[in-house]
Design a protein around this ligand. Sequence first.
Ligand code: MG
Length: 155
Amino acid sequence: MERVLALLKSRGVSKTDIIECVYFLQRPYHETLTNDKIIYYVDSVLNKREVQHAIYTGIALDVAVEKQVLDNKELEAIIARDDGLYGVDEVLAYGICNLYGSIALTNFGYIDKMKPGIIGKLNRADHAIACHTFLDDIVGAIAAAAASKLAHDKE
Ligand code: MG
């Protein structure tokens, strides 16, 4: 998990940023929710191999677009401008959510719409400098998955 955390950090996302997104999603349903409680669930999601692979894949594509090294320049331009009709960034994020059931998908839809904290920050980043087309959805999916696991444990 340290490798994946270091990679996220290098792209401007800390574990605390993800914890804050989980808090945003779950706060209305828990009277005594603390960051310490949330850490366990974020770690559990980040420890899954499939989740790590999704993170590596999404960030690899973001970085390749920043470096302008994709062979397909049309695709590069679509990802660089975070084209709303592209959609593959969300599909990769669904891959994470699907491991955690339908609540994770609902959570993802909500957080993707509200864009709290780091997700909004990534979304507003200057496209000429940085590409976070995949990363914002990946962070949303990690938070949505952790929130879903937390919700299931509460039942
Ligand atoms: Mg995106």
